[in-house]
Write a protein that binds this ligand. Structure first.
Ligand code: HEC
Ligand code: HEC
Ligand code: HEC
Ligand code: HEC
Ligand code: HEC
Ligand code: HEC
Ligand code: HEC
Ligand code: HEC
Length: 435
């Protein structure tokens, strides 16, 4: 309710006209909208009826937050444009890109939480010159994947990395975004107004629906595949089994912070990583409930407030918060034992696999027995797979209760990788040559 009043004030509206009732499906949207605001809707209903239909069905439509509230910008904004023929020659300037800075006018808490999370760094950490992975990543995308051809330099980034991680949006002379960075469905997009992030990846425009974001599909478009198969892991878990057999009948539409067990029988990604449940409030900081960094070469306990750190978050507190999620449906014995099983497997990865492989890598490097090109060197290729693919599957499979990923796609493959690394290592050390 506090949000609603603040919003009404920001819009300069009479609060009495906007009581919010989450059961209302259609509401006259004209009321309270300025004539300019109404024009956008009327004309765009003909030009892109899909956009207007989505917006009408949304909470924004119901409470009178309309096109102009999100797309209008100051004439002085770097993104100011009159590219829409409907506003050309008027004193209205707009931007087709709508950034988190705009959402923050009414949803500042969500944006602050997002800005403290690992999602925030998704584009920064590999597009910025000071990003720790930048040179190696750039070489992978441009020299190896793009075959060093100038024309195709950005092809791999534009169609792959950037569509999950986010882009750097640049503008043409008239304030419209260039093709190198827009459109993008990536999560950490960097906008010309200085804001970072993309709020529409989980609750897509122009529905902005919390029910959508609570379902595993909202995360699955990015969290899948050989190197972070979180949706496959979820499907392999007991929780996924229950969701897949009956989730279509659950209630996903409760008001924020009022979505609780009973509405659902088993947790989705959002329940464990984001939603309010029991004593816990909703968070847009997906790093808040984590102990380890399971994507890294070696997993360590998180201990940094800096979202650009490899160890974003507070791992000790993170584990407590995650256990609170489980406590809504399981006993402490069930939860404690589960995490001991999982942590033990993660530590096995660290000590039994990564440390051993890394020691060999360092010795080979010292003796000049590694090729300069890591992507054309058998040892370095297997080493990469060991931590980046198999190793992540082993750790994430254990942490989220997926035996096929903890084992067959995980530790089983890892022991094979390690035998291969040892074999190549011995050959190179004995002969003093790269095979
Ligand atoms: C008289 C009709 C009309 C009115 C009124 C109108 N628009 Fe448009 N708008 C269009 C058309 C036509 C396009 C171009 C669509 C295309 O290129 O496919 C467009 C494009 C846009 C774009 C994309 C701009 C780009 O650079 O590609 C946005 C965003 C937009 N309008 C928002 C608005 C907003 C906000 C308002 C109200 C302040 C508004 N429009 C009023 C007809 C209108
Ligand atoms: C709550 C904020 C919000 C409201 C309200 C809103 N938009 Fe948008 N709109 C967005 C966001 C976010 C994007 C995606 C921008 C990006 O990718 O940078 C977008 C994108 C667009 C685009 C480009 C989409 C495409 O697929 O080509 C158009 C056109 C547009 N909006 C028009 C409208 C119109 C017309 C309305 C009113 C019916 C409206 N918007 C209401 C936030 C909003
Ligand atoms: C001018 C103020 C304003 C702006 C700008 C704005 N919103 Fe909202 N938003 C609201 C209001 C008011 C509600 C309804 C709150 C309620 O239902 O109690 C809302 C509700 C929502 C919801 C919950 C919908 C549901 O199903 O309950 C989401 C998600 C959301 N907004 C996302 C966004 C995003 C993302 C942006 C930026 C692209 C944005 N909003 C921009 C005012 C705004
Ligand atoms: C548009 C793509 C995209 C979507 C959708 C998405 N994520 Fe992510 N997520 C990423 C990327 C990219 C990273 C890695 C960011 C980094 O570390 O640079 C990430 C990282 C994470 C992390 C680890 C953060 C850390 O600190 O290491 C968690 C947990 C996470 N996402 C959970 C979720 C959940 C839950 C959802 C759905 C509600 C979701 N994500 C939706 C792209 C996405
Ligand atoms: C299908 C979506 C997707 C694509 C495509 C993708 N990533 Fe990722 N990436 C993710 C997700 C999700 C994570 C987080 C994994 C986790 O937390 O376990 C991640 C993690 C990372 C990380 C580690 C996190 C960090 O902060 O250092 C780096 C670096 C990275 N990706 C770079 C890239 C680059 C460069 C490309 C293209 C060559 C790429 N990614 C392609 C989704 C994607
Ligand atoms: C990784 C997925 C994801 C991203 C990215 C995301 N949201 Fe959400 N959002 C959710 C989920 C899940 C919920 C429902 C939480 C619940 O069940 O309690 C939600 C709920 C909301 C709500 C309803 C009120 C609340 O806090 O529960 C608002 C408003 C909102 N989001 C705004 C935003 C804004 C603004 C951004 C961009 C900074 C954003 N969201 C980015 C997943 C996401
Ligand atoms: C039952 C709760 C639960 C569900 C459901 C769940 N997760 Fe997790 N997730 C966890 C736990 C626990 C961890 C490990 C946390 C830690 O570090 O201690 C984790 C770890 C992760 C990580 C690794 C973060 C890192 O450090 O690299 C990502 C990414 C992730 N989850 C995404 C997802 C996605 C996407 C879904 C849905 C497809 C999902 N999770 C479903 C509990 C859950
Ligand atoms: C909304 C309720 C709910 C939440 C929250 C929840 N679970 Fe579950 N979980 C279930 C249900 C229901 C089952 C299926 C029980 C069965 O197999 O009969 C289950 C099964 C499991 C299983 C498989 C073993 C077994 O007893 O069946 C594990 C392991 C598990 N959960 C761990 C966790 C962990 C760890 C968390 C927190 C990170 C968690 N769960 C959160 C409801 C929940």
């Amino acid at each position: 309710m506090r949000l609603f009043f603040a919003t009404a004030l920001a819009l300069g509206l009479a609060t009495s006209a906007y009581a919010v009732d989450s059961n209302i499906k259609t509401l006259k949207v004209e009321r309270g909208l300025s004539p300019e605001g109404q024009k956008c809707i009327e004309c765009h209903a003909e030009k892109q009826p899909g956009i207007v239909a989505d917006w009408k069905m949304s909470r924004h439509g119901h409470v009178g937050v309309s096109c102009i509230d999100c797309h209008q910008v100051d004439p002085g904004s770097p993104m100011a444009s009159q590219s829409c023929p409907g506003v050309k020659g008027t004193d209205i300037y707009m931007s087709v890109a709508v950034t988190p800075k705009t959402c923050a006018r009414c949803h500042s808490q969500e944006v602050e939480q997002f800005n403290a999370s690992g999602h925030y760094r998704a584009s920064l950490q590999y597009h910025e010159a000071d990003g720790r992975n930048y040179e190696g990543m750039k070489a992978l995308m441009q020299t190896h994947e793009g075959q060093g051809m100038e024309k195709y330099k950005n092809a791999a980034d534009m169609t792959g990395c950037m569509q999950c991680h986010g882009s750097v949006v640049t503008l043409d002379g008239s304030g419209r975004p260039n093709k190198e960075g827009w459109p993008t469905a990536g999560i950490g997009t960097q906008y010309p107004d200085g804001s970072v992030g993309n709020c529409v990846v989980c609750h897509t425009r122009h529905r902005f629906n919390v029910a959508e974001a609570r379902k595993p599909a909202a995360c699955a478009s990015c969290h899948l595949g050989p190197d972070h198969p979180d949706i496959e892991i979820f499907n392999n878990s007991k929780h996924g089994h229950i969701y897949n057999s009956e989730g279509s009948e659950w209630n996903f539409s409760s008001a924020p912070d009022a979505w609780e067990p009973g509405d659902y029988r088993a947790p989705t990604c959002a329940v464990c990583h984001q939603s309010g449940i029991g004593d816990l409030s909703t968070t847009h900081n997906v790093s808040e409930r984590l102990r380890w960094n399971l994507w890294a070469k070696r997993s360590n306990v998180r201990n940094s407030p800096d979202p650009l750190s490899m160890l974003t978050g507070d791992g000790v507190k993170g584990r407590e918060l995650m256990k609170k999620v489980c406590s809504n449906c399981h006993t402490s014995l069930h939860t404690d034992n589960f995490f001991e099983q999982a942590d033990n497997h993660i530590e096995l990865y660290n000590e039994g696999y990564f440390d051993v492989a890394d020691k060999m890598l360092k010795e080979l490097k010292e003796k000049n027995l590694l090729k300069a090109n890591p992507w054309d060197d058998e040892f370095q290729k297997v080493y990469y797979h060991l931590w980046h693919h198999e190793g992540r599957r082993m750790r994430q499979g254990a942490a989220m209760g997926a035996p096929d990923y903890a084992h067959w796609h995980g530790v089983f493959e890892l022991q094979q990788d390690l035998y291969e690394l040892k074999h190549i290592y011995k050959q190179r050390m004995d002969s003093g040559k790269i095979e």
